[in-house]
Design a protein around this ligand. Structure first.
Ligand code: UDP
Ligand code: MG
Length: 318
């Protein structure tokens, strides 16, 4: 049975968020106070801010608030390691202190009024609850379209992700514990968490505009995240190379007939036929060879990751 009231930790990564932090801290304090008063969470619950090497006053704001406000605590990372790693640092810190962890962005674009709904699902036995965006009105047209394209691409490459779910998520401490069994360096959380296999739930939210400040996800950071997501999970790209090689070989057959016809019609310059044929044929062979090597490199990659083979959900032993 789950103990109630349990300890809830909100984990919020922040990178140069001085504009939005005072607002977020105020709203989250109010939220936590209400929840504690109503008895749904323990008074030991906290909002844990992870400062991801900000160059502005973010950490000072967190540290000052920690002095006066017992509900606010913080972790200061020594440099900017990116959103995903900052999230991990926060979750690793929180997992021994909390029963339940909710991760969300420091700009409060996620709807915190949905957290009680998430907690309810946790009480009903879900170890993971995904916050899914119903609509992305607050996002730019570019962000919306690129996100949709990306989810499709991931799907096509066979990577299991939850559509329109970013990092607004509830996890029980045991699910977080299990997550840390995945020891790969390039951890793409949105892809790993569905692999944990625990009972999951979903709440739907409306994405809000940023409370203040600007997006910290530069185009470069977005592309990096996207590439990381694909290369951490899919070894299909080398297979595409093999496919391309086969297409080239097939083309070389067609070109073979084209060359014969050209020769018979006498339009081929001497030396051209053998040259053009070998070009396509050898090209196809090289690509297939690369694809085969890629297949083995892909296997080595999967082995090196050393992922757990299974996750135990429950044990009935005595
Ligand atoms: N963030 C971070 N490190 C980074 C970039 C972003 O910790 O290198 C945090 C940021 O402070 C915010 C969250 O990640 O809390 C999401 O970033 P942002 O709101 O800028 O992204 P967007 O909502 O525009 O996709
Ligand atoms: Mg945001």
């Amino acid at each position: 049975m789950k103990k109630t009231p349990f300890i809830l930790y909100l984990v919020l990564p922040c990178y140069n968020e001085e504009a939005v932090l005072p607002i977020s801290i105020e709203r989250l304090t109010l939220f936590l106070q209400q929840q504690i008063l109503s008895g749904s969470i323990s008074p030991e619950s906290r909002a844990l801010f992870v400062n991801d090497g900000s160059t502005d006053k973010s950490w000072d704001i967190i540290a000052d608030n920690h002095q006066t406000n017992p509900l606010i605590c913080g972790v200061n990372l020594s440099g900017n390691v990116g959103h995903q790693n900052a999230l991990l640092a926060g979750m690793e810190t929180a997992k021994d202190l909390a029963d339940v962890i909710v991760t969300l962005d420091a700009d409060l674009q996620d709807d915190i009024t949905k957290i009680p709904e998430m907690v309810e699902l946790y009480e009903q036995g879900c170890d993971i609850v995904y916050g899914v965006k119903k609509e992305r009105k607050a996002d730019s047209f570019f962000k919306r379209t690129s996100a949709r394209f990306y989810y499709r691409l991931m799907d096509g490459l066979g990577v299991k992700t939850v559509y329109n779910h970013a990092d607004f998520r509830l996890m029980s401490s045991r699910a977080v514990e299990q997550l840390f069994q995945y020891q790969e360096r390039n951890l793409y959380l949105r892809g790993i968490i569905p692999l944990l296999g625990y009972k999951t739930g979903t709440v739907y939210e409306e994405l809000r505009p940023r409370a203040a400040g600007e997006s910290k996800y530069t185009f470069r950071k977005m592309i990096n995240l996207a590439i990381n997501g694909i290369t951490s999970f899919s070894i299909k790209p080398p297979r595409l190379v093999t496919g391309l090689g086969l297409v080239f070989l097939l083309l070389s057959v067609i070109i073979f007939f084209y060359v014969i016809i050209s020769r018979l019609r006498g339009v081929a310059v001497s030396g051209w036929s053998s040259l053009i044929l070998s070009l396509w044929f050898i090209g196809g062979c090289i690509l297939i060879g690369l694809g085969i090597i890629g297949e083995y490199v892909g296997r080595i990659y999967l082995e090196v990751k050393n992922r757990p083979r299974y996750n135990i959900e429950k044990k009935l032993l005595d």
